[in-house]
Design a protein around this ligand. Sequence first.
Ligand code: GUN
Length: 279
Amino acid sequence: MKLLDGKLCAAEVRTELKARVARLAAEGKKVVLAVVRIGDDPASEIYIRNKVRACDEVGIVPVVRILPADTSQAEAEAVVSALSSDPEICGILVQLPLPAGLDEARIMRLIPPEKDVDGFSAQNLGLLASDRPATVACTPQGVMELLRRNMIPLAGKRAVVIGRSNIVGRPMALLLLNADATVTVCHSKTQGLAAICREADLLVCAVGRPNFVTADMVKEGAVVVDVGINRTAGKLCGDVDFAAVAPHTSYITPVPGGVGPMTVAMLLKNCVDAAERQL
Ligand code: GUN
């Protein structure tokens, strides 16, 4: 069993990005990422802190807008619209989830596809679905980058994705399909989950439940990617019962230090890509 070290891999990506940010600066282009947080979701606070720290490291200028939980739909839309039309801003990210009562789709629709560094817009998702990807959602893109940098082959392999969210499961399945894997997507209504998972050469889990993937669900020698970030008794853990599953795998991601750092690195990459296209 080998660990897929996302911390190490993300540090490599950041080093590469730092050079691209410096080249842009030499041409007079500042890379500016706007981050909007509405309300006080504690996980969002931590995610944004990590994103800002990573921006600082590569020379991207973060602009954080924090709005109160009782922000009206009109106020939220006004803030996002202003960022959208600001030529200084290269990328915009509205941290999810939003407080109940706000219409997420209507707010996200105000981010133009060329500034959509999360890759959540209909245009970016549609391009990915038709195998002409432009900006790809950060977490699944981070998983692909982690696999690529560890030279894990995907063509012809059986991949099983557990979870069908717009943020992770769906784009993950599309990326693996585009990479010529044979892809199965499982979800909460799937029957016979364990047997399907046992077929997988690559198993990606994104359900948000500790110890969801157990040893009986993993084929000997499979690659296991754990996208979950769960807090149990103050400790971070993923969706995979790591201690029981790891000995049966060829490669496995740890939590923390696996997919999480790659997600942030891909956000930075999407932002630098956007800045280069805007130049
Ligand atoms: N909430 C959880 N993950 C994400 C993400 O990747 N982007 C945004 N904007 N919000 C999130």
